[in-house]
Design a protein. Structure first.
Length: 312
């Protein structure tokens, strides 16, 4: 399946689930995310009682599939979900009423929490060396593929000559070690856990922009309009958690370890995520432009169009 077919399949599946139920107002707020660094802000805010202080009972569901999260939001099975920006932009161009209400992790130039890795004994050194090679990524037609493509094209290679193979993230290090892929797009804790046999090949995310949003929290426009106090309370709690987490990485590691069933010292040893403390369209636009460049969406559009405003 090529990237255009993949995008079309995702869009078709989401459209089938887009019949909105009536939005509900409640003190219980249902959020779908995962206990990984880039999307951990709800866990921090919950543990720090930011939601409790606002009179909200936060119920977190672990859903790893972006399409499933979007479908759950649109069917009112959950209230708020997390996703990387490409998926939200793709859904928007398919006519789905999803809106971003808060930012999560951001990439800052030189950030090491996501890297393109090769084996230590690999002869690959430059972008052009990847011609005809296989890169393992966590998903096709999203940022995991597009960022390496952009880095390759900016550094003298041709991304069109590279084969991208979708591999679940926990299986990527083994695929690289066993030679089933020539390079792998890894995030933490897998960068740390595979250090014995890997080396950094490229920081592909640096090619996108100096500073941009890795992922965001979104909901349906209908739910946001019907639950503005909850939207404001969520934004406030997530914003406070971002400021706290950026200043307290050791303490946030302990919370993340608790919810992910990992050792706190192991989490502390990994490259940690930096979080956005405000929702800035300038930090979302580069991802939208990238999605258009590599065919996930027909054309770029202003980032403000997928950012929630009660007056829109």
């Amino acid at each position: 399946m090529n990237r255009y077919q993949a995008v079309g399949t995702i869009g078709t599946g989401l459209l089938a689930a887009s019949a909105l139920r009536s939005a509900r107002a409640a003190t219980t707020l249902r959020v779908a995310t995962l206990p990984i660094d880039g999307t951990a802000l709800p866990y921090y805010a919950k543990d720090l009682n930011y939601f409790q202080d606002a009179g909200i009972d936060l119920a977190i569901e672990n859903i790893s599939n972006g399409s499933a999260i979007a479908a759950a939001v649109l069917s009112n099975s959950i209230d708020i979900g997390s996703s990387e920006i490409t998926a939200i932009a793709t859904a928007y161009t398919h006519g789905l009423p999803l809106v971003i209400i808060a930012a999560g992790g951001i990439h800052v130039t030189g950030g090491l929490s996501t890297q393109l890795m090769v084996r230590k004994d690999s002869p690959l050194k430059t972008a052009s060396d990847l011609t005809g090679k296989v890169i393992g990524v966590t998903g096709l037609a999203n940022i995991a593929q597009f960022a390496p493509e952009l880095w390759i094209d900016k550094n003298g290679g041709k991304s069109s000559t590279v084969k991208f193979l979708e591999v679940p993230l926990p299986q990527l290090p083994a695929a690289l070690e066993q030679g089933r892929v020539d390079a792998a797009w890894l995030t933490e804790p897998f960068i740390h856990n595979s250090a014995a046999f890997t080396r950094t090949f490229a920081l592909c995310f640096d090619a996108v922009a100096p500073r941009w949003v890795l992922g965001a929290f979104f909901t349906s426009r209908a739910w946001a309009n019907a639950n503005r106090p909850l939207v404001d309370a969520f934004r406030n709690a997530i914003g406070k958690a971002a400021v706290w987490a950026n200043a307290n990485q050791d303490k946030s590691a302990a919370i993340l370890a608790k919810y992910s069933n990992r050792d706190a010292d192991e989490v502390k040893a990994t490259y940690r995520t930096v979080y956005a403390t405000q929702l800035d369209p300038a930090q979302i636009q580069p991802v939208i432009d990238l999605a258009a460049r590599y065919g996930a969406i027909p054309a770029p559009f202003p980032a403000q169009e997928i950012m929630y405003s009660p007056n829109a």
